[in-house]
Design a protein around this ligand. Sequence first.
Ligand code: NAD
Length: 471
Amino acid sequence: MVKICCIGAGYVGGPTMAVIALKCPDIEVAVVDISVPRINAWNSDQLPIYEPGLEDVVKQCRGRNLFFSTDVEKHVCEADIVFVSVNTPTKTRGLGAGKAADLTYWESAARMIADVSKSDKIVVEKSTVPVKTAEAIEKILTHNSKGINFQILSNPEFLAEGTAIEDLFKPDRVLIGGRETEGGQKAIKALKDVYAHWVPEENIITTNLWSAELSKLAANAFLAQRISSVNAMSALCEATGANVTQVSYAVGKDTRIGAKFLNASVGFGGSCFQKDILNLVYICECNGLPEVAEYWKQVIKINDYQKTRFVNRVVASMFNTVSNKKIAILGFAFKKDTGDTRETPAIDVCKGLLGDKARLSIYDPQVTEDQIQRDLSMKKFDWDHPLHLQPMSPTTVKQVGVVWDAYEATKDAHGVCILTEWDEFKTLDFQRIYDNMQKPAFVFDGRNVVDGEKLRQIGFIVYSIGKPLDA
Ligand code: NAD
């Protein structure tokens, strides 16, 4: 029986391995992590992450051929294929701070693999890493072991949070990069055999190592660029009376462009887009390509601008001050169907409003009070002027209340900001909300989820991203 071990039981390691276990009953899969609470949660009824369909998959194979454990060394030692799916955040200090990927976790995983291995292994980069990382990993593995053959593959993950299980069941493509040597090709074949259990052969792409590593960064950069492009258009729509939904529809009808990922919003978030673009910027700079670096930087600048623009619009609309006004924040996660708040635009929007002394009442169906307080108590990392993270003042944190119901959040509020496109926000009773708010009552729709016209008929003053403004 082939044995797989995955180091890192996070948003990627957990769901990807659960799906491999489900689709490959002939393979034993162990997911290991240094975090005891995370592994305990994977072994309980309260999984550590929320993802539609995940619980069902885990329940079907946990204890059969899917195991979650903190015994990292034992499972690595026994495995034929070791996936490494540890976090690769942006460096916060030292060389490349604010841009480069922090490979500390990766390096320590690689050193441990070399240390405990007694048999040949395929080591798979599942984490998103800078192009050429495999070269460094190879050095670490070979210099720290004797007589063991390690084959490194790059197999980046393209799942999107919120649709992870769907994406894993039917991936647009599985990408495997490896060395062009006989050993490299054999390793590619072994990993292909795993995916071939359910992925059609034409959807499994094989490349050299560097193409696979770079493709992941490129894919995220392209996706984020699309969002920044439509968000840049949304600002122009507001200035000219055009409607961004109509513009996106018209533009997306061109089959060369396509309709997906053209929704204007308060900005992109999540743990990947910004970090991967910053990483790309750093790689370009290191390779003497400052113009290319500048091009990708702009994607992040527009994203930051969109969040600032939104905050400014809220404050300007509410008579140039939100001081001591109650603002309901509907949605804090970076997108619907996830409880993940990493780099969510809600953090910057809330901080912007808090900066003008607003009182916030926040509701998100999947995000806990602890998460929100933690996120809001950290100062934003400025990648042009890197500083260490510093906590915000406790008085600012006191301006924040977290509630478990949209009606509670909006009661007595002066304004409502919709920051995540949760489906439940579309069906809220806005007449009831209006009746219980201060007047004039404002709605700022950062995701274009509600029907602005209907809300205006109720009496709201409405601002929707990229739409004509109320007089
Ligand atoms: P995560 O933070 O949720 O999980 C990483 C896990 O690795 C943590 O639980 C951590 O405790 C564990 N870990 C770190 N060092 C370890 C070690 N030495 N031994 C054992 N466990 C260790 O991160 P994630 O969101 O799953 O992302 C992982 C990687 O996948 C990142 O490189 C990310 O860029 C990439 N990625 C993420 C997504 C996404 O949607 N989240 C999608 C595609 C790719």
